[in-house]
Write a protein that binds this ligand. Structure first.
Ligand SMILES: CC(C)(COP(=O)(O)OP(=O)(O)OC[C@H]1O[C@@H](n2cnc3c(N)ncnc32)[C@H](O)[C@@H]1O)[C@@H](O)C(=O)NCCC(=O)NCCS
Ligand SMILES: Nc1ncnc2c1ncn2[C@@H]1O[C@H](COP(=O)(O)OP(=O)(O)OP(=O)(O)O)[C@@H](O)[C@H]1O
Length: 205
């Protein structure tokens, strides 16, 4: 039986999920990150990578045999059939691996960071849901800068995700990441204490 108190954390591309989870880690909290899991399930030798190569051909591989993620990003976010195919291949694999990793955590609660938490109804895996929120224009600016990506690609990814409103409707707590990283740090410290209290007040099942 798994008694871990799971705090789902989500937000759109570039909203600041990684910035927030890095801060939770400084409080000793274990983090299970769907983006990291998504990388693990397509490492060389996995059935995940094999299926992707069968579908898209060798052009999605780099010369060292690893997945060319930039190439696949371009492919799937300009073709919704390809994106849906990739999602149905990877999401069950990602979900299964996340469940194993949650069971291995040992902190007072764990953070489950998933960009598509609301879209894929993974809120059912969580005791509480935290949304990292900022304006869409800030998301766009930060994501373009971080990924050295073009505006069009990031807009396509944002269009493939839930709206800001849909995510906020699922939130028990909101981290406002419109301003400085210092402000985020203070909000995370405050929320951490609230979540510690919540986790210790929740009876084990
Ligand atoms: C298409 C891929 C190879 C591009 O890789 P890349 O390294 O460029 O991006 P990365 O994985 O770091 O994702 C960056 C961000 O894009 C967004 N994103 C990624 N996949 C998706 C998706 N299928 N739908 C909507 N948004 C997505 C998320 O906000 C994510 O944080 C990769 O994103 C992928 O394998 N996506 C499918 C798996 C998935 O849904 N991952 C999201 C976590 S469940
Ligand atoms: N409050 C902030 N002020 C300035 N820059 C920030 C702030 N929060 C995050 N950033 C920067 O914005 C970029 C996006 O943040 P981050 O990578 O944490 O987003 P994310 O939600 O994890 O994105 P993705 O969905 O793509 O994984 C990063 O370069 C990060 O350093």
């Amino acid at each position: 039986m798994n008694n871990t108190f799971v705090v789902g954390l989500t937000g759109g591309i570039g909203s600041g999920k990684s910035a927030a989870t890095d801060l939770f880690k400084t409080h000793g909290i274990d983090v299970v990150d769907a983006d990291e899991v998504a990388r693990d399930v397509v490492l060389p030798g996995t059935t995940g990578l094999q299926s992707i190569v069968e579908r898209f051909g060798d052009s999605v591989l780099l010369s060292d045999g690893t997945l060319d993620r930039a190439q696949l990003r371009k492919l799937v976010f300009t073709d919704s059939t390809a994106k849906n195919w990739l999602n149905s291949l990877l999401h069950p694999l990602i979900r299964e691996r996340m469940q194993q990793l949650i069971a291995d955590t040992s902190s007072a609660y764990c953070i489950l960071s998933v960009p598509l938490l609301v879209e894929n109804k993974l809120t059912t895996m969580c005791n509480k849901v935290v949304v990292v929120d900022c304006s869409e224009s800030t998301q766009l600016t930060r994501a373009v800068e971080r990924d050295s990506s073009d505006v069009e690609t990031i807009k396509n990814i944002m269009d493939a995700q839930a709206t800001r409103e849909e995510r906020l409707n699922a939130a028990d707590y909101v981290l406002d990441n419109n301003s400085s990283l210092l402000s985020l740090e203070q909000q995370v410290a405050d929320l951490h204490h609230q979540l510690l209290a919540q986790a210790s007040n929740t009876p084990s099942s």
